[in-house]
Every structure is written in structure tokens, then in C-alpha cells.
Design a protein around this ligand. Sequence first.
Ligand code: TYM
Length: 329
Amino acid sequence: MKRMLSGIKPTGQLTLGNYIGALRNFVSYQDDYEMIVFIANLHCITEYQDPADLRKNLTDAVALYLACGLDPNKSTIFLQTDVHAHAELGYIMACNTYLGELNRMTQFKDKSAKGEKNMTAGLYTYPCLMAADILLYDANYVPVGEDQKQHVELTRDIAQRFNNKYGETFVIPEPLIAKVGARIMSLSDPSKKMSKSDETNKGCIYLLDDLKTARKKIMSAVTDSIGVIQLDKANQPGLYNLIEIASALSGRTMEDIVNEYSGQGYGKLKTYVADVVCSEMEKIQNRYNEIIASRQIEKILIDGAEKASKIADKTLQDVKKKIGLEIKY
Ligand code: TYM
């Protein structure tokens, strides 16, 4: 069975973008692949997090993984910091990555272009830790949204370079990006990705938003003045985004949705999108509440970390041996 690995950074609450672009795909792959999914809590602290908020977000993220359908009997689920090999291989990867490569990473470039102050060294070397996350597990595939593709490509370059230098060590992973929903855009500014760091709080739906709030965000989503329901991503990006969201969640094609609503007003289509989103969120939230009440999270994480450590520690040992970092006593 081929192996898949992915993670989500619980900086704030998980979003509809995380669900559509990543989480729901993890769930659908877990029957056919050996699935390893972790909570990237080390990646979170590349920017300051309030400790109490972070703790809550971590628990919520695990509960949401489960609520969205990840099954601990099928998938290995764990917290990044519970498997120490991540940080250690992350450092080794940083020693095998060139500054030029990190300078080209768009996430980092965008942040520095915005003139953000107090950017940390951790934020800069973040892709090296992400490479370690993936390479520790010999993952064949990495299911991610569009924005993470560049990081997986860098991981491939680092792995290939390492293999050339030290001999066959790492499996070269492939990014797996879904055809629909790989880049869900902000509802208030469809030129931007829907993101946890949404300042207006209007553009981003959080999976734990109450349903009224979620519906309101969709009904007031920015569209255009063209007024025709069709698929024109360049000129009607907001409308296209709404149709894509509904398509991803309903399993209908975008064309099918357009056919049903063509000739009608945007309000009708928005109501349909809100119905689809809210019905999915309601199911997730009900399961989330049950999971929080059942107090099963801790045990799942302990078991997951134990399983993950066995794989990760073996890779790390091999890497250290190949580099010449160990003395045999
Ligand atoms: P993160 O936490 O930003 O996002 C988690 C996953 O959700 C996807 N995603 C989206 N997909 C579609 N539309 C959106 N608006 C949207 N927003 C987010 C992301 O593409 C991602 O797949 N660096 C990673 C976490 C990570 C990781 C890893 C992933 C750390 N180590 C190893 C894979 C493998 C991140 O920050 O994702």
C-alpha cells in the first residue's frame, strides 16, 4: 500500500479552505492508502501564538480531524511535537537547503513584501521542517492545497540532493492536488486565498462558525456586477469561487450547478451554496461536540505518536548514519 502524509497548521481555527483543499481528501484517501496525518504545531509557532489559544486550537484541530471523518483505526494521527525526529531532521534538512531556495518560497516572499515586522528565523526555515515532516515517513504522496505545492517541490529537490550526496535514503514524494477546491478564495476578496489570518473575518468561514454566521458570510460574499451565472474565473472570480465550493461539497460538477441556476439571480445561487456548506458544517459540528465530550483525543494522540515514532526514528537513524554523525560505542 502506498503511503500518504499531510498536516495542517492549527494557527487559529481550521477553515472551510482547509477542509475542502485538504482534510476531506485525507478522509477519502484513508481507505486506499496508508495515511499519516499530523497536527503541525511546530509550524504554528513560527509566529507568536497566545499559549492558551494555541492549546485550545490544537485540541479543536484533532477533534475536527476526527469529526470530518479521519478514523484512527485507518489513519495514524499525531501531534508533531510528540515525535521528536521532526525537529531533529528539520535541522539536518536546513543544513541541506540553500538560502536561494528559501528566498524563492512565495509564502515567505509575500510576507516580507508586506513589510511584516518581527519575522522569525523559524518562518524562514519553515520549508526545511516541512521537508523533514514528509521525508521521515517515506511518503509517496502528499495531499495538499495549491498553496503548499511549492513546499512539496522543494522537499523533492532537497531529498534528491541528499540521495545524490549520501546514497539512496529518501523516497521522493509527489504533491497530490485535487482538481476541484485546491484554492478556495476569500469571500470578501476573491483575489486572495481564504485564510485563517483573514483580518476582516468576513472572507473566511471557520468550521466551527455558528451556522448563521457562516450563512451570512456566504450571502454577503463579494461577486460582480455582470449578473450572469456562468463559469468565468477571470472576470467573475467571486462567483466562480462560490460555485467551486458548492461543487466540492456536493460532488456535483460546476457545470451542472451553473445549468441549474443560469438565468437566475446571484441570491438564489448563494442560498444554494449556503445550504450545502451549512449542511456539511452541521454534520461536522455535531460529531465535533460528541468527540470533545467523549475525551478520546489524548489516547488517540498517544497511540498515533507511538506508531509514527517507530517509522520516523528509523529514518532519522539511517540519515545520521549516512551523514557520519554517529560514533559506534
Ligand atoms: P496550512 O495549515 O496552511 O493548510 C493546511 C492544508 O489546507 C490547505 N488549504 C487550502 N486549500 C484550499 N483552499 C484554501 N483556501 C486553503 N487554505 C489552506 C493547504 O494547502 C494545506 O494542504 N505547511 C503546511 C502544513 C504542513 C504540511 C507538512 C503539509 C506542515 N508540514 C507536511 C503537508 C506535509 C501549512 O501551513 O498548511
